[in-house]
Design a protein around this ligand. Structure first.
Ligand code: HEM
Length: 443
């Protein structure tokens, strides 16, 4: 079997490039080798990167049995979530678990979250002082973490909420450091040398988060009257094909992934959106004109249907998708992708960032231009911020809903400015590509 061409440098160098400087490295590879190229990572078989919409279509529409994902994900998320989490499952296990989780993220449930999102956003805004800079990422993370914790656990008691919030923030902060995020990629470096060592601190904080999660599960098991409409309760009430509920460890592993997935990606996207809206006056004016049509106290469905706000959110997720890569797909049977024949066992990675940089689809791809999404409709293989097929992000509707409500709440209540019209650049964070530190000033 012939792999597509790719860099010839040692695997260690290729791994470092993808960790330290992913966007430039991926763009360089695409320029040199085209839409499909092979990168060699340390400890991994050669990985074929694909980005052409036709390749995305082949992958996303393939029978779910054609690819496994879980076995390739074992290194990184296991450290955080354990091996029972949804992204680590394959085949029927993955299909059935996803079916059990989906209802908590769709349809009617969205509307139930709208008041919570607006209240948390308004509460956060009270901390921004007129004329004083505030750190946008920090504020957006506060909002999205508070929201996801309350949506998952329905924690109304302030003390229990604060305990989980603080512990989880400490864990995330530790993981965001470049050193820890590197350690997360290399199993051999994950050594507990005591509470002061990097991995020792990680393990202890993770244990604290675990203890809180298991206590929340137990409270509901001991008193079923507490089973409400929060995501954890819905997960505990769900039954698989055999009528069995999820085990405690499965609940715990999935909750860790939901906390992580539901928090950083969304908050970074809202930060980017605020940047573009305030960096480009024409975008701000057009959006404000649209928001003005809503009148006082609009309901959430009116906000989510606004076409220009929708276009701004999509363009934000297009230009710098928070997850630049989709999940691994390991071929389980021979598969042909754009003329290349791949044998079972081939590692394939959908490269979201490069799909969104295709010039013929998105002319002048480095320009933020929401109008693209008004002028034409992109297919599920052209706009791929949430991946696709059986692995598509479970939180896509929730995060778009959250983005729109938070942006509308901020913009209709406050005028913000970017100090010195500073340029914000994408930088690598623990699991995403995030905006560089950004500050804004309430006028
Ligand atoms: C802007 C926000 C978000 C973006 C850009 C994003 C992006 C992604 C991407 C690219 C994938 C992999 C899909 C694939 O390879 O086909 C994924 C999977 C996943 N996401 Fe998200 N995500 C976001 C928000 C969320 C939220 C809010 C949650 C939950 C609360 C979440 C939970 C998950 C889970 C559990 C998976 C694994 C799905 C599976 O294995 O079947 N994500 N996400």
């Amino acid at each position: 079997m012939k792999f597509p061409d790719g860099p010839k440098t040692p695997a260690l160098l290729q791994s470092i490039n993808i960790i330290v400087n992913p966007l430039n490295y991926l763009e360089d590879c695409a320029k040199r080798y085209g839409d499909m190229f092979t990168i060699r990572f340390l400890n991994y078989p050669p990985t074929v990167f694909v980005s052409h919409p036709q390749a995305m279509k082949t992958i996303f529409t393939a029978n779910p049995q054609t690819f496994n994902t879980g076995e390739a994900m074992k290194e990184l998320p296991t450290a955080f979530s354990g091996e029972n989490a949804l992204p680590l499952l394959d085949g029927d296990l993955h299909k059935h678990r996803k079916k059990m989780l989906m209802p908590a993220f769709h349809g009617e449930r969205m509307r139930a979250y709208s008041q919570l999102i607006c209240d948390i956003t308004k509460q956060q805004m009270t901390q921004w002082k007129k004329g004083e800079q505030f750190h946008v990422q920090g504020s957006m993370q506060d909002i999205s973490l508070q929201f996801i914790i309350r949506a998952i656990f329905g924690v109304n008691e302030e003390a229990r909420f604060q305990q989980l919030n603080q512990t989880f923030i400490s864990l995330l902060n530790l993981m965001s450091s470049p050193l820890t995020s590197t350690v997360l990629y290399f199993h051999a470096l994950q050594q507990d040398w005591g509470p002061w060592s990097l991995w020792g601190r990680f393990v202890r904080l993770r244990q604290q988060v675990d203890d809180i999660i298991y206590a929340e599960i137990k409270r509901r098991q001991d008193n079923p009257a507490l089973l409400g409409e929060d995501i954890l309760s819905l997960m505990m009430k769900a039954r698989d094909e055999q009528g069995e509920p999820m085990k405690d460890v499965e609940l715990r592993d999935d909750l860790m992934i939901l906390l992580l997935g539901g928090h950083e990606t969304t908050s970074m996207s809202i930060t980017w959106a605020l940047y573009w809206i305030h960096r480009l006056p024409q975008v701000y004016e057009k959006l404000m004109a649209e928001l003005d049509t809503l009148g006082d106290n609009p309901d959430s469905s009116a906000i989510t249907k606004l076409p220009y706000l929708n276009a701004v959110c999509h363009e934000t997720l297009r230009i710098y998708p928070p997850t630049i890569l989709g999940a691994y797909r390991i071929a389980q049977e021979p598969i042909e992708i754009m003329g290349y024949h791949f044998e079972p066992g081939t590692y394939i990675l959908p490269c979201i960032y490069l799909t969104h940089r295709q010039e013929d689809l998105y002319p002048e791809p480095n320009h933020f231009r929401p109008e693209r999404f008004l002028d034409r409709q992109f297919s599920a293989y052209e706009f791929v911020a949430f991946g696709g097929g059986s692995r598509r992000c479970i939180g896509y509707a929730l995060s778009l809903f959250e983005m729109k409500l938070i942006l509308a709440t901020i913009l209709t209540n406050l005028k913000l400015a970017l100090p010195d019209n500073r340029v914000i650049k994408p930088v690598r964070s623990a699991f995403t590509v995030a905006p560089s530190p950004m500050y804004m000033i309430p006028a």
